[in-house]
Design a protein around this ligand. Structure first.
Ligand SMILES: *Cc1c(COP(=O)(O)O)cnc(C)c1O
Length: 468
């Protein structure tokens, strides 16, 4: 069915709705076509450089952009801003113990703060860290500590058309081969992400995580989770892994954590907070080191760069993030948008992931070569069409090989339409889907981009472009 066509048919099934009602609203407005053209030129065709005021529906990221609950806001007023030993730290510690189950917690200002500490503690120059696809900040911290990331994800993850239900799985043969090749003593840990961001929000199965644990344990190698979207990963386990269909989200998250030695966490995602993160581990020696280092990079070990009120918001958000009805509505909204685009013949990564819909920019713009950044081009085109802000996950994000200086040209050249939690309605999703549809209809008119400014680190944030 085309956009705009109403359905005269009676319902075939009952609808679900969000498990909340709206108490506070923030007005948004649609910039005019002239304003959009002016704004994207000024931003160097990089959606990261747009002003938020010039955006209508902001789907740049789900990071720190979620709506907090009344309970979280009330918690903000109970911030204990003592320099040391804030009561909110102990609430945070309790929430991590209860839901993730690790013994020790070190708060950090956000996820990359935890990645920095962990990488500095565990990685020696020359080490390698296998993982289920890279993440930008995770890999950079591994490299800055002298390590090298090795991708051991299943091949299906690199194929946007594959409908494998667990494209976040580790290929055990690749993992074994990596261990054989480098030796277990060169591998400080294996890093496993729950729903793999760069693969399109794709989950790992519990069966696969158990198998990874068996392999790493046999070689005495630690297993560390990137727990940023573990609750969303648990939703897919509940729905796709028969054994766990009667488990709660919280129970599945606990099972996953029990298979690991620790995690890094960005509380800006699953945990429904606007800022925050933590490192959690079971090994007391690693904890001692982290507690020493956190003072250098983040702050005292009972605040780690967060205000007391922020720790309270994270502590309460963790509990909310584990509720089944919350996760069902959150992932359900993403699946709703994804299904619409699939029905209209738009090339998206399938199956649709947990935190966003990822457009396959190479299939969308087959006439734009990857050296002209089709995903960057498409994100700019979507903004020009409707004021909807999305982001590039392709060659620009992948950056350059630090040894050779050559640009990585990843198989996945994607535009991420990321959905903040509890922020937008189904009507917003309809507007987004229709914008993508109409840009797809006129895709042949779209030209690629040339990079005119390239930052040295994580270039996608600040690079500038001009149309060819
Ligand atoms: C966002 C993110 C991080 C980094 O967290 P920040 O809070 O942005 O520093 C790490 N891993 C994954 C998978 C993420 O999505």
């Amino acid at each position: 069915m085309r956009p705009g066509a109403g359905s005269p048919d009676p319902p075939k099934r009952r609808s679900w709705a969000e498990p909340f009602r709206i108490k506070v609203v923030e007005p948004v407005h649609v910039p005019t076509a002239d304003q959009r053209r002016h704004a994207i030129e000024k931003a160097g065709y990089n959606t990261f450089l747009l002003r938020s005021e010039d955006v209508y529906i902001d789907l740049l990221t789900d990071s720190g952009t979620s709506a907090m609950s009344d309970s979280q806001w009330a918690g903000m007023m109970l911030g204990d801003e003592a320099y040391a030993g804030s009561r909110n730290f102990f609430h945070l510690e309790d929430a991590v113990h209860k839901y993730y189950g690790y013994r020790f917690v070190v708060p950090t200002h956000q996820g990359r703060g935890a990645e920095n500490l962990l990488s500095k503690i565990l990685i020696q120059p020359g080490d390698v860290v296998p993982g289920n696809m890279y993440f930008t900040t995770t890999r950079l911290h591994q490299e800055l500590a002298g390590g090298r990331f090795v991708d051991v994800i299943v091949d299906e993850a690199h194929d946007p058309a594959s409908t494998h239900p667990f494209k976040g799985n580790v290929d055990l043969d690749k993992l074994e081969a990596t261990i054989r090749h480098y030796g277990a003593q060169r591998i400080p840990y294996v890093c496993i992400a729950g729903t793999v961001n760069m693969a399109g929000g794709q989950p790992i199965s519990l069966a696969n995580l158990q198998a990874v644990r068996a392999v790493t344990q046999a070689h005495g190698i630690r297993l560390i989770l990137d727990a940023t979207r573990l609750a969303e990963n648990a939703f897919f386990i509940q729905h796709r892994e028969e054994r766990y269909q009667h488990y709660s989200i919280a129970a599945i998250v606990r099972e996953m954590c029990a298979l690991s030695d620790g995690c890094t966490m960005s509380a800006k995602k699953d945990s429904l907070a606007n800022i925050g993160g933590f490192l959690a581990v079971n090994d007391e020696n690693v904890f001692e080191e982290a507690r020493n280092l956190v003072v250098v990079y983040e702050g005292l070990h009972t605040y780690g760069g967060m205000a007391g009120r922020d720790m309270e918001a994270v502590a309460r958000g963790i509990g909310e993030s584990m509720q089944d009805e919350h996760i069902r509505a959150r992932v359900g909204q993403v699946l709703y948008l994804g299904q619409k685009l699939i029905d209209w013949g738009v090339p998206v990564v399938q199956p649709v992931g947990g935190h966003g819909v990822f457009l396959d920019a190479r299939a969308f713009l087959p006439h734009v070569p990857q050296q002209q950044y089709p995903a960057q081009t498409l994100a700019a085109a979507l903004y020009l069409d409707s004021g909807v802000r999305t982001m590039e996950r392709g060659a620009v994000s992948a950056g350059r090989n630090r040894d050779t200086g050559a640009e990585y040209l990843p198989k996945l050249e994607l535009v991420r339409i990321t959905i903040p939690r509890r922020v937008y309605t189904q009507a917003h999703m309809d507007v987004v889907a229709e914008s993508v549809y109409f840009v797809h209809e006129k895709r042949e008119e779209i030209r690629g981009l040339r990079m005119t400014y390239e930052p040295r680190y994580l270039r996608f944030f600040q690079a500038r472009f001009e149309p060819l």
